[in-house]
Design a protein around this ligand. Structure first.
Ligand code: ADP
Ligand code: MG
Length: 278
């Protein structure tokens, strides 16, 4: 197969959907791993107090570990908290610990509370020797200050949508918030990518949901849908992504294919203006 195209500029992708259980974390770690095993350099920022992305990447994130909490609240440099993912060359992670659960409230009274992530990331990404191709930020299941910080700190939003009942519920609220961030805090933010997750080809419901999402969002939706797969759901309990847990599984192959689509169409493959205002 052809090599995975390297972006001209680093792409910071915010994986967001305020619904829980739609596949944000699974998508974050597996796309990141897929790009890394394809030869690119990738950083995952875990921004969920649950620390599921850290777990899935086999990264220690018990309470005393320096984490994204220290970065956002104590202004600790990202370089002091970033850890290398042992299993996969070219993959790094900024872990989240349970401390982060308090940050949502602590941030409220802080200076520049919406842009603390951006400031920290910019500082890190501009330092010598740091050159990622992709940064993925895994958001918590809410639209609070943590998610706002991610949206202010990113270039693109990737929205995973679970092929289930009520798939589109809550999306207009998410898009409204993104619009607000664009208007006031980060003009260049774009909803570049929508990914259908947990697709079960045997059910009519999944096909109907997929059709509806595609009708609604057009080319922003990746052609690749991620199938429901036991291998994908088993991998995190071994501290692994599906890319190393079972590289030949349909789950691994579909995340590779989705990663390739993202890489090949580049940062501008979306119709986000239309998406938000249309
Ligand atoms: P979120 O981060 O949006 O809360 P997760 O990525 O944690 O969602 O996924 C929710 C649950 O669904 C997890 O238990 C995860 O293992 C499982 N899951 C996610 N994607 C798939 C898939 N394609 N096939 C099977 N299980 C999946
Ligand atoms: Mg999650």
């Amino acid at each position: 197969t052809a090599p995975m195209p390297k972006p001209d500029q680093m792409r910071v992708m915010v994986v967001a959907n305020q619904k829980g259980g739609v596949g944000k974390t699974t998508t974050t770690v597996n796309l990141a791993a897929a790009l890394a095993v394809s030869g690119l350099r990738v950083l995952v920022v875990d921004l969920d107090p649950q620390g599921n992305a850290s777990t899935a990447l086999g990264i220690d994130h018990h309470a005393e570990i320096p984490s994204i909490y220290d970065v956002m609240v104590e202004e600790t440099p990202v370089s002091d908290v970033v850890q290398k993912v042992e299993e996969i060359e070219g993959l790094w992670c900024v872990p989240a610990t349970i401390d982060l659960a308090g940050a949502e409230i602590e941030l409220v009274s802080m200076v520049a509370r919406e842009s603390r992530m951006r400031k920290a990331l910019d500082q890190h990404l501009q330092s010598p020797g740091v050159d990622y191709d992709y940064v993925f930020i895994d958001c918590p299941p809410s639209l609070g200050l943590l998610t706002v910080n991610a949206l202010v700190g990113g270039d693109e939003v990737l929205i995973p949508i679970q092929c289930e009942y009520y798939a589109l519920e809550g999306l207009s609220q998410l898009l409204k918030n993104i619009d607000m961030v664009r208007a006031h805090l980060n003009r260049d933010l774009a909803v570049s990518t929508i990914l259908l997750t947990m697709y079960d080809g045997r059910t009519r419901l999944a096909a109907q949901v997929a059709d509806e999402v595609r009708r609604h969002f057009g080319d922003t939706v990746l052609k690749t849908a991620i199938p429901r797969s036991v291998r994908i759901s088993e991998a995190p309990s071994y501290g692994q992504t599906v890319m190393t847990y079972d590289a030949a599984s349909s789950g691994a192959l579909s995340y590779l294919e989705a990663a390739r689509e993202i890489a090949e169409r580049g940062a501008s493959g979306s119709s986000h203006e239309e998406l938000i205002h249309g």
